[in-house]
Ligand binder design. Structure first.
Ligand SMILES: Nc1nc2c(ncn2[C@@H]2O[C@H](COP(=O)(O)OP(=O)(O)OP(=O)(O)O)[C@@H](O)[C@H]2O)c(=O)[nH]1
Ligand SMILES: [Mg+2]
Length: 379
């Protein structure tokens, strides 16, 4: 009898151990942490076997592209699609607290404007945009068009939505039948490489064949990180050696994509450079090269980290003129109460936010929908 109890106890302990291992594995972060130069746990695949070959005056530093085109059978594990509403919890929580206080007021007075201002600034809508929105609302209250807190809140909601809706829309541009190139730019650490991994997964799921270009040659680990995402999404990758010419990598990727019949090249870029060359000049060159036929640059996506708030705007301005940004990807919205930055980006920079990153996982990316955003904010 005692032996039976011992066997039972051992079996229970074993089962618990197996369960613990399974849970730990599932929680393991999906992103390969970028290591510094020289700390790769395995040598760069192409560093030694680079096959430089002249192509229109540009030599690619190295290439790694599986033959036979993009593998469509995606090995990406199915993860539940993330919801903007849930992930905006922090911004929502703070904003709705203010709205509640506003609604409790019997009339619109100085306190109303102070509270609205605090709510908008707290959500990082920014001083300029907040000022413009409130001036307009004040005028309308004065003229008698709006009466009562509820009407003011309703008008603010409509104004916010109005400033988020743009002529070109928030959808990513894509030219059917062309070798589309989407360039991802932004300062280091904002989430460019991670976003490319997520976008690759999304586009593959949408039936497009994708090729990644490791245009961040600043450090070998960057290409390694992108290669991991390529593997997860089941797509090919073209990469160069550390310190190589990023334009050459992008050029080569476009040529290969065209030859393989890929629809879309997602090009990563470095947020900083080794020395001498100016980042802006480098990006201009990458864009020029990517645009050479058969390449068609249909998106230049500026990746901004939402947690940096208004600093992101200053950063953005530096990129705007240089590379004619067509859209913003706002990452890390999951970790901030500063979701209002979306409004500032669109109003002050005139660039639509197209994608929003709401986590580190492959599925944590959503197309930005202004109506959904405003609803979530005022819910
Ligand atoms: N919480 C959260 N983390 C994110 C999101 N997007 C990216 N990250 C994390 O941000 C960190 C930096 O991401 P990367 O993709 O390496 O950023 P990068 O812009 O490529 O950085 P560099 O290559 O150094 O220029 C990583 O730890 C990512 O997991 C997001 O939407 N939410
Ligand atoms: Mg990167």
């Amino acid at each position: 009898m005692t032996a039976l109890w011992i066997i039972l106890a051992v079996a229970l302990v074993l089962a618990a151990a197996v369960l613990a291992v399974v849970l730990v594995r599932r929680r393991r972060p999906v992103v390969v942490e970028a290591a510094g130069p020289g700390t790769l746990d395995r040598p760069p695949v192409d560093a030694g076997s680079a096959l430089p070959r002249p192509e229109d005056g540009v030599i690619a530093d190295g290439v790694e592209a599986p033959e036979g085109g993009t593998v469509r059978a995606s090995p990406v594990p199915e993860e539940p699609a993330a919801e903007l509403r849930e992930q905006m919890g922090r911004t929502r929580g703070r904003f709705s607290g203010y709205l509640k206080a506003l609604r409790a007021r019997s009339s619109v007075d100085v306190g109303t404007w102070d509270e609205l201002e605090e709510a908008l600034l707290g959500a990082d809508v920014g001083v300029t945009t907040t000022g413009a929105l409130l001036d307009d609302l004040r005028d309308r209250v004065r003229s008698g068009e709006l009466a009562g807190a509820e009407a003011v809140i309703g008008a603010l909601k409509a104004d916010l939505l109005g400033s988020l809706v743009t002529e070109g829309g928030n959808a990513l541009r894509y030219e059917e039948g062309a070798t589309n190139v989407w360039l991802f730019v932004g300062v280091n650490g904002v989430g460019k490489t991670t976003t490319i991994g997520k976008v690759a997964r999304r586009e593959v799921a949408a039936g497009r064949s994708v090729l990644l270009a490791a245009g961040d040659t600043f450090r070998a680990a960057a290409a390694e990180q992108l290669a991991t995402w390529a593997e997860r999404a089941g797509v090919g990758i073209v990469r160069g050696v550390e310190g190589g010419d990023p334009s050459a990598v992008v050029f080569d990727a476009v040529a290969r994509a065209a030859a393989r019949g890929n629809d879309l090249v997602l090009a990563d870029t470095a947020g900083r450079l080794h020395t001498k060359v100016n980042l802006v000049e480098e990006l201009k060159k990458i864009r020029r090269v990517a645009e050479r036929p058969p390449g068609v640059v249909t998106e230049v996506l500026l990746v901004l980290d939402a947690t940096t708030g208004q600093n992101g705007l200053a950063q953005a301005r530096q990129f705007l003129d240089a590379v004619a940004v067509t859209g913003v990807v706002l990452t890390k919205l999951d970790g901030t109460a500063r979701g209002g930055i979306v409004v500032a980006i669109q109003r002050e920079l005139g660039i639509p936010v197209k994608l929003v990153g709401i986590g580190e996982g492959a599925a944590d990316l959503i197309a930005f929908d202004p109506a959904q955003f405003v609803e979530a904010l005022f819910d």
